[in-house]
Design a binder for this molecule. Structure first.
Ligand code: CDP
Ligand code: CDP
Length: 218
């Protein structure tokens, strides 16, 4: 069929979603959308405007006028940005403001790509509930905190493992506990625990799932 093939990837912070999504997109010639970057860009714009505890109305205005310059900022990846992203992501009007862009990307991937890999928290449950492949990545808090620590150290930033683990747990609790599009696996998602899996192992498992689903769709 002519409908783009959508691979939805959800899961908690540092489960390996982006790493997997980028590899899958390259392997299949699909477009890639990091939806967390949208929430992070809203948060970074607010932080830069000096608004570290925005009202829903302020955050929604920032989301509606999302300035794409923030998507390219190295500060997008900072923990402070991720933490405020998860605060504004709990606001229903902020989610609504970012919804149309994500759905359009899935329905019409850029450059005529035959499919899209989209990662976030609610892709398989809310944004693309009809996606033919849904993956839910998990990993222990210890494994995820250690991955973030390595990333921070690679960037020459100081990294306190206990603090990183506490921030990851707080962000997961906020993401899973909110009323609006909480972090959870869709019923038809494939669960992949990556705690003890290398990037290549996760990629091979996901690739096989997608190949099977593509054959089934014909
Ligand atoms: O997108 P998400 O926050 O879920 O995670 P990521 O940014 O893709 O991965 C976080 C870090 O874990 C990256 O530095 C990856 O290289 C690393 N990683 C890993 O060590 N083993 C995996 N199976 C997946 C990711
Ligand atoms: O890379 P990491 O997994 O740490 O986070 P992210 O994917 O960049 O997302 C940052 C925050 O945005 C998350 O903690 C969520 O609160 C929020 N988010 C969301 O609510 N829905 C999405 N589809 C993507 C991200």
């Amino acid at each position: 069929s002519g409908r783009p093939f959508v691979v939805a990837i959800d899961g908690p912070a540092a489960a390996g979603k982006g790493t997997l999504a980028r590899r899958l997109a390259a392997a299949f010639g699909f477009a890639y959308l990091d939806t967390g970057a949208l929430y992070r860009a809203v948060a970074l714009g607010l932080l830069r405007a000096g608004n570290a505890s925005p009202s829903e109305s302020d955050a929604t205005k920032a989301a509606l006028r999302l300035d794409h310059q923030w998507l390219a900022s190295p500060d997008l990846r900072q923990e402070a940005t991720g933490n405020l992203a998860s605060v504004v992501a709990a606001m229903p009007a902020v989610r609504a403001a970012l919804d149309a862009f994500q759905r359009r990307f899935a329905a019409q991937p850029p450059d005529g790509a035959p499919g899209a890999v989209i990662d976030g928290r609610d892709i398989g449950t809310v944004i693309c509930p009809g996606a033919p492949v849904k993956l839910f990545l998990t990993a222990s808090v210890a494994a995820r905190a250690d991955r973030r620590r390595l990333e921070l150290e690679a960037r020459g930033e100081s990294a306190d493992l206990a603090r990183i683990a506490a921030e990851i747990e707080a962000r997961d609790a906020r993401d899973a506990g909110r009323a609006a599009a909480p972090l959870k696996a869709a019923e038809d998602a494939h669960l992949l625990d990556t705690s003890d899996l290398g990037i290549e192992d996760v990629f091979m498992k996901a690739k096989a799932i997608i190949e099977t689903a593509r054959q089934a769709r014909g």
